[in-house]
Design a protein around this ligand. Structure first.
Ligand SMILES: [Zn+2]
Length: 275
């Protein structure tokens, strides 16, 4: 699926990281009046408006209106009120609401070596296909409940009755292909584990065991796929996985810290390197 785009804070066209994981533009970052004052002084008026409202009529000609996302969600407004007078750290602009911010701040990009947690991302990323990551984040708790906390042994044993039960649950994405893929992927996951000892040992081989550390300055620079994600995708398919296209694989690599795609000025950029 194509990456989701929106206009960035600087008016540039953003490609949102994480397989279109964001649905709203940044605006919360500069809520502090001191910071706003700084931008009022330091940047042209348009840019200040961009910072405050989260979407821009643009400082450049590269603008689009068809994919602009509503300016400040209720979540953001509530968040702004709650953080009144508290200076927000600089974070990647795709984290545009409370849930996404928490995910960005606590999980995204942290090197992950726990098989169960890796499997959780595989299921959720497959479920996301064609939808926003925010939708998945909102449903994540329900997914944990009905998918036995993403225990791959248990999921691998799901039968038709369980599939019917899942398809009737409005708390998750009710797509039969995606649900069947989760079960098939659990079986393939266990097969990989039989060969490599852990799935962790298998998947990290695609980056030679160490995170790839990038140094992006804008979201627009972040690729949707790379040679490493292409290789991972091809190998997973060979092993019987589905919903593992290269873009989904790259989103997985970003989420699980196989690649550090936090922008260099994001407060998590350095933090995840020390994780
Ligand atoms: Zn970040």
């Amino acid at each position: 699926m194509p990456p989701v785009t929106s206009l960035g804070r600087n008016g540039d066209r953003r490609r949102l990281a994480g397989n279109g994981r964001a649905t709203s533009a940044a605006g919360h970052v500069f809520n502090c009046s001191l910071v706003l004052n700084f931008f009022t002084l330091a940047y042209p008026k348009e840019w200040t408006r961009v910072d405050f409202w989260g979407a821009s009529e643009g400082a450049t000609s590269a603008r689009a209106t068809d994919d602009l996302i509503p300016i400040r969600s209720e979540d953001q407004k509530r968040g702004s009120e709650a953080r009144n007078n508290v200076e927000e750290p600089i974070r990647c602009g795709w984290a545009g609401n409370e849930l996404a911010m928490r995910y960005h701040d606590e999980e995204w990009g942290v090197p992950l070596h726990d098989d169960r947690a890796i499997f959780e991302f595989i299921v959720l990323e497959g479920a996301q296909a064609g939808l926003s990551w925010d939708t998945i984040l909102r449903k994540r708790e329900r997914y944990r409940e009905v998918f036995d906390h993403f225990d791959p042994e248990t999921v691998a044993r799901y039968d038709e009755a369980k599939v019917a039960q899942l398809l009737a649950d409005p708390g998750i994405i009710r797509n039969k292909m995606k649900i069947n893929a989760a079960i098939q992927n659990a079986r393939a996951f266990l097969a990989v584990r039989d060969v490599f000892g852990t799935f962790d040992a298998y998947i990290w081989r695609f980056v030679d065991g160490q995170p790839i550390v990038n140094s992006w300055r804008t979201l627009a620079e972040i690729p949707a796929r790379t040679a490493e994600s292409d290789a991972l995708s091809a190998d997973l398919r060979k092993r019987g996985f589905s919903f593992v296209g290269s873009t989904i694989c790259y989103a997985h690599m970003q989420a699980t810290g196989m690649v550090n795609d936090h922008l260099v000025d994001c407060f998590r950029y350095a933090e995840v390197r020390g994780a």
